[in-house]
Design a protein around this ligand. Structure first.
Ligand SMILES: [Zn+2]
Ligand SMILES: [Zn+2]
Ligand SMILES: [Zn+2]
Length: 431
């Protein structure tokens, strides 16, 4: 079966290569491609939907119908948006449509969204505020613009790092810290503007020149700067996904980071295809092997029900997961202390050590006080292990008064003396 699919794929690819030189992208529709069958899990990437959102509620709905119908069967771990959800920044009609459709997936499959230059920041955050609950961290409280989510798929741990369009230096510093704090996570950076056509990095450009120039939109950093300041610096960044620049298929490139690590970069923006083919509603499916080291990318039209552009397979240089604590906070019970890896596993677990007073975890030794009663009826109080300052919760019982033995002896002696004297007086009187 696998061989047959492979053969069909090869024929399809050959056919496409042969015809591509003859005509333009009219022939990029592929009827014969089948989704791979030998993958362990997948991510679904929804590129810029701006054209569909503006022109066709039915078309927009078709995308989310398909995702709802297929997320289980395709073992989707996450549905990832590339920004430019809407065309007209603050148009309530578009935002309502986006909310109604995208949130159909909420609670069924994890969602990660980013903001594009066509999306108003406040509208984006207000519309999708419920998704903030699903994040594992964010640059600013209660905002989605710059946030991340952790997940485990196959043999790999992933950190999906969603960054705003043209992130600021402060955001890039925060993003770098997040990468450093999660060394055992494969970081997938998502940001709207990053790659240009032909695998080049998108320049920040001139703020006065409209076009690909991100500076014109008020961005502090373009693709070149995001690569330089963030992506190239961390060997656990394994992929970058972006949109913004209209492409005919899914464009991919590999860039080498400063640690010698290859970074797979995908430009996923079907807005031109939507334009030229009366709406396509493309979803780019990323199918991974169990070890996460191989990804097959297929671009599917949920409206035309056909594949568009050649599927391709690329290598991903994954990082091994080593459990590490993100912050220094200790968890405790009576016997031990430990820290938590973000994956939920325990790290640095060991018994409390009070030999130097307080334990390294900050825990203080507890005082315990008890009593013992002697056979003679005398009561003594004993205190043990009093190395603690934290003794307020242990109250020693009050000492009871000792039995008054001395006065009794004295009284008895006095009585004996008086009795003795009385006997002597009586005897003398009889004589
Ligand atoms: Zn854009
Ligand atoms: Zn872990
Ligand atoms: Zn301890």
């Amino acid at each position: 079966m696998r061989k047959m699919i492979g053969a069909v794929l090869c024929i399809a690819i050959l056919f496409c290569v042969c015809t591509a030189s003859v005509s333009a992208y009219g022939e990029h529709w592929l009827d014969t491609v089948e989704a791979p069958s030998d993958y362990a899990y997948s991510f679904a990437v929804v590129g810029d939907t701006q054209v569909v959102c503006e022109r066709s509620p039915e078309g927009f709905t078709a995308i989310y119908d398909w995702l709802l119908q297929n997320h289980k069967q395709k073992k989707m771990q996450m549905v990832i948006g590339m920004g430019d959800i809407t065309e007209n920044k603050t148009d309530m009609k578009e935002w309502n449509l986006a909310y109604e459709q995208i949130m159909r997936l909420h609670g069924k499959v994890p969602l990660s969204l980013i903001r594009g230059n066509h999306d108003d920041t406040a509208m984006f955050n207000n519309t999708f505020y419920e998704l903030y609950e699903d994040t594992d961290g964010s640059y600013e409280a209660a905002t989605l613009n710059n946030s991340y989510q952790l997940l485990k798929a196959g043999d790999q741990h992933y950190l999906i790092l969603a960054l705003d369009y043209g992130p600021s230096d402060a955001v890039l510093r925060w993003a770098g810290d997040v990468c450093k704090q999660h060394p055992g996570y494969n970081v997938i950076v998502t940001t709207h503007g990053y790659l240009d056509r032909g695998g080049k990095l998108l320049p920040l450009g001139d703020k006065n020149v409209y076009g690909s120039g991100m500076a014109y939109h008020g961005c502090e950093n373009g693709g070149e700067e995001i690569w330089e300041k963030l992506v190239s610096q961390h060997k656990n960044i394994v992929m970058v996904l972006c949109g913004h620049v209209g492409e005919n298929g899914v464009e991919h490139s590999v860039r080498i980071g400063k640690h010698g690590n290859p970074v797979l970069e995908l430009l996923i923006n079907p807005q031109s295809i939507d334009d030229q083919h009366a709406l396509t509603g493309m979803v780019a499916m990323l199918y991974f092997t169990q070890d996460g080291k191989t990804v097959t990318v297929q671009n599917y039209s949920t409206i035309q029900k056909k594949f568009y552009g050649q599927p391709f397979t690329a290598a991903v240089q994954t990082v091994a997961h080593t459990h590490a604590a993100v912050d220094t906070a200790f968890q405790h019970d009576a016997a031990a202390h430990w820290q938590l890896c973000p994956c939920g596993e325990t790290v640095n677990k060991s018994a409390h050590d009070f030999s130097k007073g307080a334990c390294v975890c900050g825990e203080q030794a507890k005082t315990s006080a008890g009593t013992s009663v002697t056979q003679s009826g005398t009561v003594t109080t004993t205190a043990q292990a009093v190395t603690a300052t934290q003794s307020t919760d242990v109250i020693a019982p009050a000492e009871e008064a000792p039995f008054p033995i001395l006065p009794i002896v004295l009284i008895a002696v006095g009585v004996l003396i008086v009795a003795g004297m009385a006997i002597v007086i009586v005897k003398l009187a009889r004589k």
